[in-house]
Design a protein around this ligand. Structure first.
Ligand SMILES: C[S@@+](CC[C@H](N)C(=O)[O-])C[C@H]1O[C@@H](n2cnc3c(N)ncnc32)[C@H](O)[C@@H]1O
Length: 216
């Protein structure tokens, strides 16, 4: 069933994805884009962890190129949905089981086809569990802006542990799905990271915001 769904999506890319399939709420999308503009002089790549079909990536990348922000845009994703043990941990916290297969009918080839259709051939795609990402995935470059959008508590917590040391002074990490209450437990991971590391966090529009001071 999943294979058929992926094959159908592949065949219908020009029709299904003629507009970028953005998964962020509009108020969060505008805040992410605004940060990319405001942090244009902070060195490093723009990193999106959890890109699904790359709709947000296409919008952000095309905005950057139009504004002459010539930073790398890098996406890290499993391109197959959630890692079962990571989902299981949040199911125990109350995330409904019906969400476990969301994002699984995907593949790196399908996402490459969608981004190429929107002239974003230079977006770099990295297929990986974000809890295992490292500096080499970013070509050894630091991070200026990161959107961490993987929904679950453990990949958020462990992802932040990996990302934070790579963020440039003045850079920012935004974590999606952190409203006061939600089926998704991303906020649990943010709070655990913040408590263990001492990094302070604020919240806006359901995003967690972790800014590295310029003098860090
Ligand atoms: C909500 S979607 C991302 C939406 C996207 N940022 C957008 O705005 O359109 C969540 C994505 O996180 C990915 N994901 C979940 N767990 C992951 C992990 N441990 N490592 C990398 N990606 C993961 C899923 O495959 C899925 O594509």
């Amino acid at each position: 069933m999943k294979i058929l769904k992926i094959a159908a999506r592949h065949a219908l890319v020009p029709l299904l994805y003629r507009y970028p399939p953005v998964g962020l709420q509009p108020e969060r999308l505008q805040y992410y884009l605004r940060n990319i503009i405001e942090k244009k002089d902070i060195p490093g790549v723009v990193l999106e962890i959890g890109c699904n079909l790359a709709g947000t990536s296409i919008v952000a990348h095309n905005m950057m190129r139009r504004l002459g922000i010539n930073k790398d845009y890098i996406c890290i994703d499993t391109f197959g949905g959630f890692i079962p043990e990571q989902f299981e941990a949040d199911r125990a916290l109350g995330t409904p089981n019906v969400l476990s297969n969301m994002f699984s009918a995907n593949g790196i080839g399908l996402v490459r086809k969608i981004i190429n259709q929107h002239n974003c051939n230079d977006i770099k795609l990295v297929q990986k569990d974000c809890t295992k990402m490292n500096s080499a995935d970013l070509g050894g470059k630091p991070i200026s802006v990161c959107l961490l959008d993987v929904d679950l508590s453990e990949p958020v917590r462990l992802g932040l542990e990996r990302i934070w040391p790579l963020v440039s002074p003045g850079g920012v990490v935004l974590v999606d799905d952190c409203p006061p209450s939600s089926d998704w437990k991303a906020k649990v991971g943010v709070e655990a990271f913040s408590k263990a590391s001492g990094v302070s966090v604020s919240y806006l529009f359901g995003l967690a915001i972790l800014e590295k001071p310029l003098n860090a």
